[in-house]
Write a protein that binds this ligand. Structure first.
Ligand code: ADP
Length: 503
């Protein structure tokens, strides 16, 4: 199992390591400084004592000289006094030897002093006690040797003290520098540790943010690599579980949608034939008016009309189901706009006349051909015009216009009927949506016409929009691409005509 501590554990470990590092460096530094101070004080006191002992050696030797050669003529050299002075000298030597320790320079100075004092006693002190005066030259040489050795010992002790002080200073400075460097290093290590900690969180967090963004953008296959501290790793796992469940739900939804589409497609398809038969026979009956009495004729007319509505509804449903299944096919080809507009205008004319509405068709001159399936675009135009006819009141004005806009031709169907408010406009292209206004409720409809119109226009690579201010009529606009190798319509300039007779 890999070691992956939690965020809090990581912080604790980080602080603990930092604290331990600082403590160790501080303790080592303070301990070392204390040791230097203690060593320095010991050395200084040792050297002061050694200086004192070297003074004792000097005075011991002076007493030895005084015992061997008294100051006044009536005094005799005294063996006892010489012994006493020599004993005091030896005691000082013992003490000095303890104090020189392992300092080789001082030890050899001390040894030289001891040797020269012994030589003095042998060559000068002893003969003088026996009243034999040694040659002045010999006496002067051995006496000078003792004095020089004593001086050298004192001088070396002083210089040893000075070097002990210098050494303490240097050691203190070096230790201070080392401690400062150690503290700096510990802080640097802490910095690296914490930035490592932050980095260990940053990468997985970044992946999570990116994953959430992609998931929100609709990419349900998004998964994140689980990693980082325990808390962030759990967050990553939870994210992946959520994405799994979202993907599962989406798949299930797609499956149900697919089933529904298939069902609608099959049912609409199967209904089409019997309805066409019913409509055909009803029309046949109405055509044989003479053979029917009045109520039979009326019934046949109602059957024919209802079968017509049913047929339209089934066709609409079939179109939508095909569009959803990607099976709604169009056959676009270069199509002249004017004849198309005229044809639809002619077909719709009776409806407008029936409601005493003024209907004008206006087609810009020299319009290029559009890349369209004439049947399907005719269906879209008929739908929009039928809506204008249905929802605008008697005597209203309805216009169908076609103009050029860049690489596209724009079709506009407008009326001065009741129009739609902002909320209604938002839903106007939704399936099965119908406004709950009195105008809408007063006429029949399924709420499918505009949804189909939108699908068909988009299938052509165009776009459809609706504009309206409530009470000021509605305007539906859609654009279609100009056919690449289409011709220009070089016929008579556009005229405004009544009821679809656009010239
Ligand atoms: P249907 O006409 O069968 O109800 P549509 O999809 O063609 O279905 O239209 C949806 C709804 O949009 C209509 O029910 C109506 O409320 C509103 N609508 C469409 N065209 C117009 C228009 N020209 N003026 C006012 N309302 C309209």
């Amino acid at each position: 199992m890999s070691f992956n501590p939690s965020l809090t554990a990581r912080l604790r470990i980080g602080f603990l390591v930092l604290f331990a590092l600082l403590l160790i460096v501080s303790l080592l530094g303070v301990g070392r400084l204390f040791q230097i101070r203690v060593d320095y004080e010991n050395d200084i006191s040792r050297y002061f004592q050694l200086e004192f002992q070297s003074e004792r050696l000097r005075s011991g030797f002076i007493l030895e000289q005084a015992a061997a050669r008294p100051a006044t003529a009536h005094q005799r050299p005294s063996q006892a006094e010489l012994n006493q002075a020599a004993a005091s000298f030896s005691a000082a030597v013992g003490e000095a030897r303890r104090l020189t320790g392992d300092d080789t320079v001082l030890t050899s100075e001390l040894n030289r002093l001891v040797v020269s004092e012994a030589a003095w006693r042998k060559a000068v002190g002893g003969p003088l006690i026996d009243l034999q005066v040694p040659p002045a030259k010999v006496e002067a040489r051995v006496t000078r040797a003792v004095t020089r050795s004593a001086d050298a010992l004192a001088t070396d002790t002083r210089s040893a003290r000075d070097s002990a002080r210098d050494k303490a200073r240097t050691d203190t400075r070096n230790t201070t520098i080392l401690v400062a460097a150690g503290l700096g290093g510990a802080l640097l290590a802490a910095l690296i540790l914490f930035s490592g900690l932050i980095n260990s969180m940053r990468a997985p967090l970044g992946r999570l943010v990116e994953g959430a963004r992609r998931l929100a953008g609709g990419d349900l296959r998004t998964r994140v690599e689980v990693g980082g501290p325990v808390e962030i790793a759990s967050l990553g796992r939870a994210f992946n579980e959520m994405a799994n469940s979202l993907e599962r739900d989406a798949r299930e939804r797609d499956r149900v949608e697919q089933m529904k589409d298939d069902f609608v497609l099959t049912v609409s398809h199967e209904l089409r034939t019997p309805v066409t038969v019913v409509k055909g026979f009803a029309e046949m009956l109405t055509a044989q008016r003479k053979g029917l009495n009045a109520s039979q004729f009326e019934a046949a007319e109602v059957i024919s009309e209802s079968a017509g509505q049913l047929q339209k509804m089934i066709n609409d449903l079939l179109d939508l189901a095909r569009s959803d299944a990607g099976k709604l096919r169009i056959e676009p080809q270069p199509t002249p706009v004017r004849p198309l507009a005229q044809r639809i205008g002619r077909q719709m004319r009776p409806n407008f006349e029936g409601k005493d509405q003024r209907f004008t068709v206006s087609v810009e001159k020299d319009l290029p051909e559009i890349d369209a399936d004439a049947g399907r675009i005719g269906q879209v135009l008929a739908n929009l015009l039928m809506n204008a006819n249905k929802y605008a009141p008697e005597g209203a004005q309805v216009t169908l216009a076609a103009t050029r806009g860049g690489d596209e031709v724009e079709f506009t169907v407008s009326d001065n009927g009741p129009g739609l408010d902002e909320d209604q406009l938002e839903h106007v292209f939704d399936r099965f949506w119908r406004a709950d206004s009195t105008e809408t409720q007063a006429v029949g409809g399924t709420g499918l016409g505009l949804a189909i119109a939108k699908s068909l226009v988009e299938l052509h690579g165009g776009a459809i929009t609706a504009n309206s201010s409530e009470g000021e009529g509605a305007t539906f606009r859609f654009v279609l691409p100009i056919a690449k190798d289409g011709r220009l319509e070089r016929n008579a300039p556009a005229r405004r005509t009544k009821a679809g007779a656009a010239g």
